[in-house]
Design a protein around this ligand. Sequence first.
Ligand code: GRG
Length: 266
Amino acid sequence: MTDYYAAIENSLKKYIDEAGLEPLLYDAVRYSLMNSGKRIRPYLCLLVTEILGTNFEKAIPFACAIEMIHTYSLIHDDLPAMDNDDMRRGKPANHIVFGDGNAIIAGDALLTIAADILSRETNRMASGAVTSGALSMLNGQCLDINDPIRDENTLIRLYNGKTGGLFCAAILSAFYVSGGGPDDAHNWQDFALSLGTLFQITDDILDQEKDSAENTFTYLFLHTQKEAHDYVHSLVDSLLSWLSPYACEQASALRDLIRSLPDRTK
Ligand code: GRG
């Protein structure tokens, strides 16, 4: 199977190299973007594109724009005015190394390069899926930083925005790149939101100690550890059964990814 990860790394680097950034801004952007992220969103985008019978290269611009938007959100989320985290991806956060001002414009630069990539694409549905996911993420963040009512309904809105937004962007842009139309998108959208929820609750399980010390509102604020594990495994089962009509090697790779999520350690 194609090395999708190598394709993502090379394309991300090419896009930032071509953006005409000042050396300091380039360093701040590269520091966070080319920094051992798991690349789950762009990987999903390329896999789903191939599952739907289209060459992954058509989806590369969308996959890269999504990873840039994701990285900008992490840089901004780590700032003192937001989550105030000193470490990201195993290294000091962007603002710790470059200062708050440079971290803000590094995030802005990533968002702007993503917009530039999308503006050069002709598939408006796919571009729209990315911008809509990015806005959804901001809605989720808005709920998150404003201490919402801590109930199940709010948690679903929070997770469908903050995490589900960019999972939808990845999977729906792949769907549209492969010729899908808006009337048939809802199944893939449900799939993306379930996958986002699975990813986020495994994140909650990993961060449980820190979240509980900081009284953070997560799935584990409302549910026991056992309920979280049971829910995660029921999501894995339903995602796998949803994928059962697909037999290609990329579908097998996606099944492997889904099965691996409950055991992830980072
Ligand atoms: C500040 C604009 C803005 C938005 C913030 C995404 C987000 C919204 C905040 C980041 C904090 C967070 C826990 C988000 C939920 C999604 C999530 C689990 C992000 C981490 O994604 P990974 O694990 O990260 O894919 P890597 O580093 O592997 O790319």
